[in-house]
Write a protein that binds this ligand. Structure first.
Ligand SMILES: Cc1cc2nc3c(=O)[nH]c(=O)nc-3n(C[C@H](O)[C@H](O)[C@H](O)COP(=O)(O)OP(=O)(O)OC[C@H]3O[C@@H](n4cnc5c(N)ncnc54)[C@H](O)[C@@H]3O)c2cc1C
Length: 355
């Protein structure tokens, strides 16, 4: 799956709406723990994220760096925390809708919320939990004239699978680990693999750099030092890119597949357009319930603002718990009981453990 294509990944035939009691926007640590807390309340939730994987900042920005302030875990990496959270929500069987950005959130006549994504998915949710952190992680776009004219399937941002390279002239554009790995993989199946970066220096593990060097020497990968300046297309079909080398010389390069690795960065994007009360681009919530200004919509984690808010994982976990209790009361019409996971038969049944 490509993280994103040249055009939004909109399905040609409308998909039936997913009906759910709860939809969580954002699968960072806050969203993952929200799914757990809702599960304990007997509320089944769906998770949606712009990234093709869960974990938010923990997996995208500091997967291999240590965290020392999660209660009960003296030290773990970002990725290890995400793996533990995933393990914890296994009993909840939470469907994940990944690689798609939530674009619209609109009130329905019956009090539910209609949410639509860049992949054409539509959700009808009784409650919505905005756990959007610092924004949707989306790839940095190639800002070159003509890109917008390309039809789908030729321009790929951070693709996870490289089947499209087989038998084609492929240009991998970028200098990080993902770009190097993609070029190495493409070299095995593509008719021709070229790797273009601004300078002859790549940021990858020593083993990958050694492999890249070997493939350069054998001619399986050609490294080009420069940048793309223009796209040459005909009726939406990519024929070539125009590129400029270090000396400022421009020339065309015939290719059929263009793989862009310019990095992924968070964009607050549509969250601020949904009509929810904001304070300095953060969602204003009641700290007792994490309710936003709209009934049935809660917000937790880095996206929220209330007096004393701290952008810490520990605080997001607390907020997820408070929001789950508030949502349970809203959905069920009565205050939920406080039960302990240690002793409650009901919670043990949800968690699938022996009582
Ligand atoms: C380098 C670094 C180190 C850190 N170290 C610590 C630490 O040691 N301890 C600590 O407590 N905190 C730490 N933090 C902060 C911590 O990572 C954040 O507080 C935490 O990630 C917030 O979780 P979240 O789920 O609210 O948001 P995020 O982790 O940002 O996740 C939000 C998710 O929502 C998705 N999203 C947003 N908008 C949309 C949309 N419209 N459609 C679909 N998906 C969307 C994003 O793609 C993202 O995956 C650190 C942060 C950084 C950058």
């Amino acid at each position: 799956m490509s993280l994103s294509n040249a055009t939004p990944n909109v399905s040609s035939s409308p998909q039936p709406a997913v009906e759910t009691d709860a939809l969580i926007i954002g699968a960072g640590p806050a969203g993952l723990f929200q799914a757990f807390q809702l599960g304990l309340q007997g509320i089944h939730a769906h998770l949606i994220d712009a990234l093709p994987h869960v974990g938010g900042q923990c997996s995208q920005l500091y997967a291999h760096k240590p965290i020392y302030d999660v209660p009960g875990i003296p030290v773990c990496t970002g990725l290890e925390l995400v793996q533990l959270l995933e393990k914890q929500i296994e009993p909840m069987n939470v469907p994940r809708h990944l690689g798609q950005q939530v674009q619209t959130l609109q009130a329905m006549e019956d009090g539910r919320w209609q949410v639509s994504s860049s992949a054409g998915a539509v959700f009808h949710a009784r409650t919505v939990f905005v756990a959007a952190g610092v924004g949707a992680f989306v790839p940095k776009a190639l800002k070159v004239a003509g890109v917008e004219l390309l039809t789908a399937g030729q321009l790929h941002y951070h693709p996870l699978q490289l089947d499209m390279a087989a038998g084609h002239n492929v240009l991998v554009y970028g200098g990080d680990e993902e770009a190097v790995n993609a070029a190495i993989s493409c070299a095995a199946t593509a008719a021709k693999t070229q790797l273009m970066h601004r300078r002859d220096s790549f940021n990858a593990e020593p083993a990958q750099l050694a492999q890249l060097q070997q493939l350069r020497e054998s001619g399986a990968i050609e490294v080009l030092i420069g940048q793309i300046t223009d796209i040459q297309q005909e009726s939406g079909q990519l024929n070539a890119v125009q590129w400029m080398d270090g000396e400022g010389n421009e020339q065309p390069l015939a290719i059929k597949q263009l793989l862009i690795f310019q990095g992924i960065s968070p964009k607050l994007g549509p969250v601020t357009d949904w009509g929810l009360a904001l304070e300095r681009k953060q969602l204003l919530v009641d700290p007792a319930t994490l309710a936003t200004s709209a009934q049935g919509i809660y917000a937790i984690g880095d996206i929220v603002s209330y007096p004393g808010k701290k952008r810490l994982i520990l605080c997001a976990f607390h907020e997820a718990t408070m929001a789950a209790f508030a949502a349970a009361e809203y959905l069920q019409g009565s205050k939920p009981l406080l039960e302990y996971t240690t002793t409650s038969a009901r919670l043990h049944a949800i968690l699938g453990v022996a009582h």
